[in-house]
Ligand binder design. Structure first.
Ligand SMILES: Nc1ncnc2c1ncn2[C@@H]1O[C@H](COP(=O)(O)OP(=O)(O)O)[C@@H](O)[C@H]1O
Ligand SMILES: [Mg+2]
Length: 263
């Protein structure tokens, strides 16, 4: 039964205050293994702050983060990354003066268990190279391996960002508005990548995204956040059928999603 499945990630009563401002008030969320779980909500709802608490960028004021049954709330960011939580940090972790291949291979190597050894066998380098090639293929950057990152288009940079994240083989991917700044014609390629990652059958994805048609079509579950709290949670069907969400929130913010689905 679905309900008996153990969650991969759990946030329990997470809260984050910045001085007097309560960015996340009391959020509990449970993410099933190998699912795609989207988090939607207006700007300022606390979505990014939630991601920051899960990935160790921010320490919660209250609450716990449980990953694979283990309390990771107080672990430093690199330990959390090593446990298998991948987080996109937009273009900040791309080295502009390295090629696409070098950027991805470095990311694979940085997470490898033998990166501190002085004598690293060529087998290990080969392993990272193979990983890089696999990931390049997955995001569709084939043919661009030798391009310098600084010469990539915006869309390609977003692909590289995802490739860098995938290179370390995380079991959980936190994607914060991956289509931000993309033109409409670049979105399907990204959607394809997300579908391919899902198709691997070994990755869990938490997606923060504003494009409702995309969220509705690919999510197993959706959590709606509003003013630092969870307003609703359910399947895309349940969310689009929740009158309170639709009236008070989705309708006003994103337009009528039921109409959009018919179009
Ligand atoms: N580092 C910070 N310092 C102070 N306030 C912050 C900080 N990060 C976020 N906030 C505030 O917390 C609230 C939630 O922000 P955020 O998590 O970025 O929302 P979302 O990602 O849903 O748009 C907003 O009011 C935002 O201004
Ligand atoms: Mg945000």
């Amino acid at each position: 039964m679905e309900s008996e499945q153990k969650p991969l990630l759990e946030a329990r009563n997470l809260r984050k205050e910045f001085g007097g401002l309560v960015a996340v008030e009391d959020v509990s969320i449970s993410i099933r293994e190998n699912s795609l779980h989207s988090i939607i909500g207006p700007n300022g709802a606390g979505k990014t702050t939630l991601f920051n608490m899960i990935s160790g960028v921010l320490r919660p004021t209250k609450g716990q983060v449980i990953f694979m049954g283990r309390d990771i709330t107080h672990l430093p960011i690199h330990r959390i990354a090593h446990l298998g939580i991948g987080r996109s940090f937009q273009i900040t972790n791309i080295f502009p003066n390295l090629t696409v291949l070098e950027n991805i291979r470095l990311a694979a190597q940085a997470m490898g268990k033998d990166n501190l050894r002085i004598f690293t066998s060529s087998n290990h380098f080969k392993k990272y190279l193979l990983k890089a090639e696999e990931v390049i293929d997955l995001v569709g950057l084939n043919g661009r391996e030798q391009a310098f990152a600084l010469n990539l288009s915006h869309g390609e940079k977003r692909k590289l960002e995802i490739a860098i994240m995938l290179a370390s083989d995380p079991s959980l991917l936190l994607l914060d508005e991956p289509t931000a700044g993309m033109s409409s014609e670049q979105v399907p390629a990204l959607l394809d990548i997300i579908k391919k990652i899902r198709g691997l059958g070994t990755k869990t994805i938490v997606l923060v995204e504003h494009r409702m048609d995309m969220v509705m079509s690919i999510s197993d579950r959706i959590t709606v956040m509003h003013l630092g709290n969870v307003l609703a949670e359910g399947t895309p069907q349940e969310i689009s059928n929740t009158q309170s969400v639709q009236d008070a929130y989705l309708g006003a913010l994103y337009g009528d999603i039921t109409k959009k689905k018919e179009a």
